[in-house]
Design a protein around this ligand. Structure first.
Ligand code: AMP
Ligand code: MG
Length: 522
């Protein structure tokens, strides 16, 4: 299985693909003669450090070709991050490469192995069943294809992803980044008319994802469950050295770097969850194999941004018990961190130390959430009664399931112009709204309202990827009209801007939105 690239690169050199690395300004133009002889540097210098961990961690294999691919969506921002030339979106060579039909020179694709807990139950070995890591580039970013065909970890799956879920992952990755929430990024989606069977026949697509690392809690659980302590240590040390170097040499935990790692991951996860809750993001499948060791939002499936504020909202149609309901997410993250702690225990060596490291989640989450919600309300200084005001605001929203995004955006405008009507219009019980507003007015009077309003407009987005917006773009994309995807991408990249020509995308969801059912099927 160690013949990466042999199948696809044969006789098909990539030409005229210019890329440059992130961290220095050396020109990295790829110069390949027409006969395929390379005369200059590679387009991306691949360093593939994860693959170098060894065969216990991955299987090398090329992607499965995707017939007659076409571009569905492209993110210029992610392209720039990778150092791709501005016109990369016109390159047929890259279209083929990001569809899995050719390999970029030097990339050595692998599928990695991991295990995990799904819906609270140990699921055993999972792994990249349809994702292929093309490699890590010199910029320190890994590039991964999702939907690139079967791997040894595909189990019963076909290794493919469908157009609708790929568009949702592409848009939401960039939307989260636009919101300022840690996430894996997306470079592009390519589509094909190749049929894929789900509940009905759909068509295939591939998302190209980019992140410093796609390592999950489940990677650690895998080696712990198999008593592969050597590999477990190798992985933990790899993660510490690359992403958490300050865990070494810390005096905390008696110099136990693995305990420091658990604490650092707990803190990052806490910060992530606070931001999810504040923006109203429901992940939908918070299994341990979908939890990033870097605290990034990872694996976009049946996610949803809340329309009405409903703490019990379940966005995943397959989640019949509501394990991953919106208000349960912070506790689930804590549970998942316990699984990680359990996996790291052979390295940490002391259960009490592991528990102490995990404890940081609780304190960090409370602090981070409070900071997020205070910012949403425009509260800069700390005054007695603030905590109650925050809680009562959420209670008010929950009473009528008031639209989450619109409420906060209108409140931001209210802080600036004191026009209550747009806000009051969101409530049937106007008296309840007025009572709350009087209290808010009194508190806002303790702040510089102009400064508060400006700050609120930078944390309360006008645009989020509501299900119905994604659905409309997907319907058009099925007809080969990809303009809906690119328009949404533009709005979601800068969700705090007004975009006055796009009031419809910032409006209340239509009635049919509540009938959209998004399940694990993707
Ligand atoms: P997910 O629910 O997307 O997080 O996936 C859980 C596991 O199932 C992972 O190991 C995936 O790689 C695998 N998987 C999901 N869909 C497919 C598919 N269509 N083909 C192969 N493996 C899949
Ligand atoms: Mg997953």
């Amino acid at each position: 299985m160690e013949q990466a690239g042999a199948r696809r690169t044969e006789g098909k050199p990539l030409i005229a693909t210019r890329l440059r690395p992130l961290r220095d300004n050396r020109a990295m133009s790829l110069a390949i003669d027409a006969d395929g002889t390379r005369t200059d540097d590679r387009p991306l210098n691949w360093i593939n450090r994860y693959a170098a961990l060894g065969p216990a961690f991955r299987t090398a294999l090329p992607p499965e070709p995707l017939p007659a691919p076409y571009w569905v969506g492209q993110s210029c921002r992610t392209g720039a991050l990778l150092g791709l030339a501005q016109d990369w979106g016109d390159s047929d060579e890259l279209l083929q490469a990001f569809s899995g039909n050719r390999l970029l020179p030097g990339s050595a694709p692998i599928a990695t192995v991991y295990s995990g807990h799904q819906f609270g139950v140990w699921a055993g070995q999972l792994g990249d069943g349809r994702a292929l890591l093309l490699g890590e580039t010199e910029s320190g970013l890994e590039v991964q294809l999702k939907g690139a065909g079967r791997t040894p970890y595909s189990r019963m799956g076909d290794g493919r992803a469908v157009l609708r879920s790929s568009i949702r992952e592409f848009l939401c990755s960039e939307a989260m980044h636009g919101l300022g929430i840690p996430t894996t990024r997306a470079l592009c989606v390519t589509g094909s008319d190749a049929p894929v069977r789900r509940e009905e026949i759909e068509t295939a697509a591939v998302v190209t994802r980019v992140a410093p690392s796609f390592i999950r809690f489940g990677h650690f659980e895998h080696f712990a469950a198999n008593n592969q302590t050597e590999e477990l240590k190798q992985l933990a040390d790899f993660v510490i050295d690359r992403y958490y170097p300050t865990c070494r040499g810390t005096e905390k935990f008696g110099g136990n770097a693995h305990a420091a790692l658990l604490e650092a991951v707990s803190e990052r996860t806490a910060a992530l969850l606070a931001q999810w809750q504040a923006v109203g993001f429901c992940h939908g499948v918070m299994n341990t194999d979908n939890m990033s060791i870097l605290g990034l939002t990872l694996d976009y499936g049946p996610f949803q941004f809340l329309d009405g504020y409903d703490p019990g909202h379940i966005c995943n149609h397959s989640d019949t018990q509501g394990r991953y309901a919106y208000a349960r997410q912070p506790n689930v993250a804590y549970w998942n961190l316990f699984c990680l702690g359990q996996a790291l225990l052979p390295l940490i060596g002391d259960q009490d130390v592991a528990l102490e490291a995990l404890e940081s989640y609780r304190t960090s989450y409370t602090t981070e959430l409070e900071a997020c919600l205070r910012a949403k309300l425009g509260l800069q200084g700390q005054l007695a009664g603030d905590r109650e005001l925050v809680q009562d605001t959420l209670r008010l929203l929950a009473t009528e399931k008031t639209d989450h995004t619109i409420f906060w955006r209108r409140l931001s405008h209210y802080a600036a112009d004191a026009q209550a009507a747009p806000l009051r219009d969101l409530f049937i019980d106007r008296a309840a709204c007025d009572t709350w507003l009087r209290r808010y007015d009194a508190r806002l009077a303790q702040e510089n309202a102009g400064v508060a309003a400006a700050a609120m407009l930078r944390v309360n987005p006008k645009f989020v990827l509501r299900n119905h917006l994604g659905e409309l773009a997907i319907r058009r994309a099925r007809e080969k009209d990809f303009s809906g995807v690119s328009v949404l991408l533009k709005l979601l990249e800068t969700p705090y801007d007004e975009h006055p020509d796009h009031e419809a995308e910032a409006g209340l969801p239509p009635d049919w939105a509540s009938s959209i059912e998004i399940s694990c099927s993707s």
